[in-house]
Design a protein around this ligand. Structure first.
Ligand code: GDP
Ligand code: MG
Length: 434
């Protein structure tokens, strides 16, 4: 989604770095980039127009915060506005016991798959969900749900397999006082909205009085999905959306538009065919993803909790240093371990794999190896050839493999540093407060 938007914006602002103020003239290009990107992502034209106007208003004459460059400031404004457009996070609300969750949506949008994903999600929270196969329109639909139910170990009620209303009625009887606390109904869709489908859904809704009516929409379907979402909502007053297939090459228009058009929140997103390819929807994280900031929000929170500002600053400066010797590397490993950041680095999107699984013992080994090197070798590891490796291994009581492993980690760390320098990592966004 929105490939390269962030880089383009940064480029547009390159000539401005340090000017300290955003003016009408110098944001024109950036505004245009945002507009083009949103339109290309299939965002509704009206939404784009309002969005862009809002950004312009906010950005104009805005004093650039001391710690930010103008492009970071602009990106921050875009980010805040995106979060507004995506809407507040709204949770999945189950009130009754048992509570009913109705899955509705056009054929192929992911109702059945999402029903199972939700059941699995609830199970993990210690709930006792049960599935109901009330899609009698497509013959294979009931079998499909049964198969999924087996996979996640959740029972599936199939009733007489013929009449959706009867199946639901049967299910209501079965779950009463059964200990199952959430009943998830899979219903029938159609290729296009039609009255027969809507009538059936309305009847089911009246029967079960659902706590949640979740409408699945396919992110790849673009504005068609938004339009059908609107009609479904008008008929059924849905409680929220599951936007599916966000893993595909969807252009993002659905996710950015549907709340604005319908007023209803996105509650979950489907990001693949597997049961676990499923997430609660977090507007802030989605905005980061759209802007190519990576899903770093929770990481940044963690960093901020664990590091005080000063330490962070020092660390950032080290990472930014042009030269990075093996001595620096050794210090770096120590510091990262001390701050418990190895896990954080591992979780960063796109980060090269730096082997930081260094136990105390291994850390000693690293120190021994580096101590056995000449200052020249430490400053310029590329001169370490085979015979030097042998000498170092002998001197440090290690093996040539150990030396190779260390040199490889060092190279990876250098790569990581470069990425941070380019601003693709949280430290590159030094001062950009989320
Ligand atoms: P239904 O007709 O609305 O019940 O849709 P299904 O649940 O049968 O899903 C239709 C197809 O979309 C199936 O092949 C699913 O595996 C696939 N699908 C559902 N959700 C996702 C998703 O989030 N990502 C991807 N890639 N495929 C999905
Ligand atoms: Mg289905």
């Amino acid at each position: 989604m929105f490939e390269g938007l962030r880089d383009k914006l940064s480029n547009a602002f390159k000539t401005l770095a340090g000017k300290g103020k955003i003016t009408e003239r110098n944001i024109e290009e950036a505004i245009q980039i945002v507009k083009t990107s949103l339109l290309a992502a299939d965002v509704n034209y009206k939404v784009v127009k309002e969005f862009v106007e809002e950004i312009k208003k906010k950005a104009l004459g805005e004093e650039v915060l001391k710690s930010l460059t103008p492009d970071q400031m602009f990106i921050k404004i875009v980010r805040d506005e995106l979060i507004k457009l995506l809407g507040e996070k709204e949770s999945f609300r189950l009130i009754h016991n048992p509570s009913y969750v109705m899955m509705v949506g056009l054929q192929g949008t992911g109702k059945t798959t999402s029903a199972a994903k939700i059941a699995n999600y609830l199970k993990k929270q210690g709930k006792h969900p049960i599935l109901v196969a009330a899609d009698t329109y497509r013959p294979a639909a009931i079998d499909q749900l049964e198969t999924l139910g087996k996979k996640i170990n959740v029972p599936v009620i199939t009733g007489d397999r013929k009449n959706a209303l009867k199946i639901v009625e049967e299910a209501m009887k079965q779950v009463k006082d059964s200990g199952y606390d959430v009943v998830i109904l899979d219903t029938a869709g159609r290729l296009h909205i039609d009255d027969e489908m809507m009538n059936e859904l309305e009847k089911i809704k009246d029967m079960v009085n659902p706590d949640e009516i979740l409408l699945t929409v396919d992110a790849m379907a673009g504005q068609d999905a938004v339009n059908s979402g609107k009609v479904f909502n008008e008929r059924l007053d849905v409680s929220g959306f599951v936007v599916t297939k966000l893993d595909g090459d969807s252009r993002g228009g659905v996710i950015l538009t549907i709340r604005y058009i319908t007023g209803k929140p996105i509650k979950f997103v489907g990001v693949g065919e597997k049961i676990d390819d499923f997430d609660e929807f977090y507007p802030d994280r989605m905005a980061n993803r759209i802007l190519g900031l990576g899903d770093v929000l929770s990481l940044i929170e963690k960093v901020e909790r664990e590091l005080d500002q000063e330490k962070m600053q020092k660390m950032g400066e080290k990472f930014m240093r042009a030269e990075f010797t093996l001595d620096d590397f050794r210090e770096q490993i120590k510091e990262i371990k001390k701050l418990g950041m190895d896990k954080i680095l591992e979780a960063l999107p796109g980060a090269p794999e730096v082997d930081l699984n260094t136990s105390e013992k291994e850390l000693k080994k690293v120190e021994a190896i580096i101590n056995s090197m000449t200052p020249e070798e430490r400053n310029n590891p590329s001169i370490i050839n085979a015979s030097r490796k042998k000498r170092i291994a002998n001197g440090s009581g290690t093996t040539v493999q150990d030396i190779n492993k260390l040199l490889k980690s060092y190279e990876e760390m250098k790569k990581l540093m470069k990425m941070m320098k380019k601003g693709r990592m949280p430290f590159g966004l030094k001062g950009l407060k989320f």
